[in-house]
Design a protein around this ligand. Structure first.
Ligand SMILES: NC(=O)c1ccc[n+]([C@@H]2O[C@H](COP(=O)([O-])OP(=O)(O)OC[C@H]3O[C@@H](n4cnc5c(N)ncnc54)[C@H](OP(=O)(O)O)[C@@H]3O)[C@@H](O)[C@H]2O)c1
Length: 289
């Protein structure tokens, strides 16, 4: 893999205006009063690109109204328009930097009640831990770990109170092994997987599922931010973001605890359980170094 870099601007905002009408359903069944149809509302973080945008598209196709969160307003507004035109659903755009506690609180304040939470926003950096800047790596922990924990805990509690709800947390196959060359990123994803598994167990008796999504290589904006380029091996096992999203939403709807898209990736948990750590480190170093 090769290395590069990118910067983004930051902004907060957006009022919450809940919607209760789904035009497609009311048109297909004129006897049903639109106001009587319960509409699901889903919050998707990191909806401005990649896997999050594809998950938002699938949920919109299923009739969900959406809260779309990320930092890039233009991308979120374009998605909002697309989803309204294609599926007749209503979306709230919340521009927020979730690497800050204030950004997460602003999202919670703006989002209101939701039935589904997709904690997808995340990023990684390639390179030596001691050579990369401290702030960037701590910000990765703030987003991948702290924001996801904050939102899972907040909405998990609300959903448990209602006796229903779905949380989809985006981990990675990086969760299964330490990753020299992406040490902090792999550790954040190990946290996401461990936390989500345990939270699923805590909330399942209360009618709430927590699904950990563990994708392998997916071509998205992730590589540019991380400073990585796919090599031949990564390309051969890569799964398109649309497919990853489809598998993720299906697993979430079934209330599964975790899901690994891609046949080549599925044996990984077993392999890493059996392989000695020094072998795991050597393989990860060859892939990420
Ligand atoms: N691509 C892969 O190979 C791969 C593999 C395994 C797991 N994953 C995971 O999949 C998830 C989605 O990544 P992706 O591959 O779809 O990459 P992506 O296209 O770069 O999407 C990342 C999303 O997170 C948002 N985001 C980043 N920093 C943010 C911040 N501080 N506050 C709010 N939103 C922020 C980005 O939006 P803005 O820039 O507009 O804020 C973007 O919408 C991540 O958790 C990633 O770790 C990716």
């Amino acid at each position: 893999m090769r290395k590069t870099q990118r910067n983004e601007s930051v902004d907060y905002a957006s009022p919450h205006q809940p919607s209760r009408i789904m035009p497609e359903l009311s048109q297909s069944n004129p006897e049903m009063s639109p106001q009587s149809i319960p509409i699901e509302r889903a919050l998707v973080t990191g909806a401005s690109s990649g896997i999050g945008r594809e998950i938002a598209r699938i949920l919109a196709a299923q009739g969900c109204n959406l809260v779309l969160c990320a930092r890039r307003r233009a991308e979120l507004e374009a998605l909002k328009t697309e989803l309204a035109d294609k599926h007749g659903v209503q979306s709230e755009v919340v521009v927020s930097d979730l690497a800050s506690v204030g950004g997460v609180k602003a999202l919670i304040a703006a989002a209101g009640e939701v039935d589904i939470v997709v904690n997808n926003a995340g990023f990684g950096f390639a390179g030596s831990t001691i050579e990369r800047d401290t702030d960037g790596q701590l910000s990765m922990i703030d987003l991948n770990v702290r924001a996801l924990t904050h939102l899972s805990r907040h909405y998990g509690k609300k959903m448990a109170g209602k006796g229903r709800g779905r949380i989809l947390n985006v981990a990675s196959i990086a969760a299964f092994t330490p990753g020299p060359g992406m040490a902090v990123y792999c550790a954040t994803k190990a946290y996401v997987l461990s936390f989500s598994r345990a939270l699923h167990d805590e909330l399942r008796p209360k009618g709430v599922s927590v699904t950990a999504l563990c994708p392998g290589f997916v071509e998205t904006g992730f590589q540019e931010v991380a400073g990585l380029d796919f090599g031949a091996m990564e390309r051969s096992t890569a799964v398109p973001a649309e497919k990853v999203a489809e598998i993720a939403v299906k697993a979430m709807r079934k209330g599964r605890r975790e899901v690994i898209p891609g046949l080549m990736n599925k044996p990984l948990p077993l392999i890493t359980r059996l392989a000695p750590v020094r072998l795991q480190l050597a393989v990860a170093k060859a892939l990420l170094g």
